[in-house]
Design a protein around this ligand. Structure first.
Ligand SMILES: [Zn+2]
Length: 453
């Protein structure tokens, strides 16, 4: 039996308008005017009217780290998917490096599937890894259902997931190109970082300026130039993860103008924080590449405006609190990673408001574009007939202060704590069922692994 969800602001691909979502069997059957509901057989008692609250498509996060199996004390499917539901996300795509075994073989993917079983509150998938020595696993991983591959051009911080050098990468690229799946690249090269480090022997590692100097823009720029050359030669789908330097926008613009199949993401922490505000010793802000200057942040927003940056994904990367070394405050010793699944939507909406961006921009960057990167845009990523009924009921005008109890992931560690943000997630629906409503999470894990169709 069909149900309808009505709002004055339904954020659909054709714009934001007063509309009704007609949902049947967990799927959106129609997006129509309220007056059309009777003709579609929806009874008045099956209409839920959200009034002025906006309805957004469920967010899709293609860059996050669940850490299970193997490092479940860092995060896990249960806690990450609950944080996601509270944050308006209905689909998560897990990175292959922090779990044990790392997702570089089909056997490891199967281990992750067993670990995820029956404890997910939203849908999920897993990227495969492209590492130094797993060339023979590229095709099997595609057949087993990964939506693409992730590689690191620099030491990734976990010993078991090896970085890949140019020669090793070139041994994998023909296979990756043949799968048609994207290659997601952590684009920093060691050369400029090693050169910078040589000048920092006596530096004070409690200073944020020291950490920032240790990971220069040039490391990103050189890596992106290398990947563009390889993309031109091997014709695979290239995706640059967590772009932090605006200095690369020009080369990316030129590469796209040339017609190369390149997409780019940035993350809430690069679009919200800036280096000048980070206190010395404040290791909660450590991530790689680093959060750069305020002027750089504004240029990243311009990159979004210009369509050079396609999407905003979280890079939710938690760790046990002790690993952030907040007592010593040393940026060289602290784990790099910022967790933000439960607050990314209001963080980005707060920034959108002051720059004149709309709910449609938000939906494109945080739902449509990531869904198409992962090849699931026929199932998720928009409020349109035939898609899963995944949606967020969102109050764009309300404000709240970030408190630990709102975070829901395993360890309530966050540089966003005590910030006041615009935009409150009122409810999150997965296939037509509320998984989060008025601050409360459901107890029924209805999430499942998505498959490419
Ligand atoms: Zn990451």
């Amino acid at each position: 039996m069909a149900q309808a969800y009505v709002s004055k602001r339904v954020v659909s691909p054709s714009g934001t308008w007063p509309a009704a979502l007609v949902v049947e069997g967990g799927v959106i059957r129609a997006v129509c005017r309220r007056e059309e509901l009777a003709a579609l057989g929806v009874a008045d008692e099956d209409v839920r009217d959200f009034g002025d609250l906006a309805i957004l498509p469920g967010l899709v996060d293609t860059h996050m780290h669940i850490n299970e199996p193997g490092r479940t004390e860092w995060e896990g499917f249960y806690t990450a998917t609950r944080a996601a539901a509270a944050g308006g996300y209905t689909t998560l795509i897990d990175m292959p490096l922090n779990c044990l075994p790392e997702t570089t073989t089909v056997a490891a993917l199967e281990a992750k599937r067993r670990a995820a079983s029956a404890q997910c509150f939203v849908d999920w998938m897993s990227w495969g890894g492209a590492v130094a020595d797993n060339q023979q696993h590229i095709f099997p991983l595609a057949h087993a259902g990964v939506p693409g591959y992730k590689c690191f051009l620099i030491y990734p911080g976990c010993d078991g997931f090896t970085m890949i050098d140019q020669q090793q990468l070139e041994a994998s690229l023909p296979a990756i190109a043949e799968t048609g799946l994207p290659l997601l690249v952590h684009a920093e090269l060691a050369g400029p970082i090693d050169a910078a480090m040589a000048g920092l022997h006596d530096a004070d590692w409690r200073r944020y300026a020291t950490y920032l100097a240790s990971r220069p823009d040039e490391a990103e720029l050189q890596a992106i130039r290398l990947m563009i050359r390889l993309c031109r030669e091997y014709k695979f789908r290239l995706h640059i993860v967590h772009l932090a330097t605006a200095e690369a926008l020009d080369v990316l613009r030129a590469a796209r103008a040339e017609g190369l199949p390149i997409t780019v993401e940035s993350c809430p922490h690069y679009l919200h924080f800036f280096a000048e505000q980070i206190a010395d010793g404040a290791t909660l802000f450590k991530c790689a590449p680093p959060i750069r200057s305020r002027a750089n942040r504004e240029l990243l927003w311009q990159g979004l405006r210009d369509g050079i940056i396609d999407m905003i994904v979280t890079d939710h990367s938690p760790c046990p609190p002790a690993m952030k070394r907040t007592e010593e405050g040393r940026f060289d010793l602290a784990w790099g990673g910022i967790a933000s699944l439960s607050v990314a939507l209001p963080v980005i909406w707060s920034e959108c408001r002051v720059r004149g961006f709309s709910l449609n921009d938000l939906a494109r960057w945080m739902s449509n574009a990531p869904a198409s990167l992962a090849g699931i845009d026929d199932q998720a990523g928009a409020l349109a007939a035939g898609r899963e009924a995944n949606f967020v009921v969102f109050d764009p005008e309300a404000t709240f202060t970030v408190e630990a109890e709102r975070l829901h992931y395993r360890h309530a560690v966050s540089p966003y704590l005590r910030e006041t943000l615009h935009g409150v997630v009122h409810a999150t629906y997965l296939r037509g069922a509320a998984v989060f409503h008025n601050g409360a999470l459901t107890n029924t894990p209805r999430g499942r692994e998505l498959a490419l169709s």
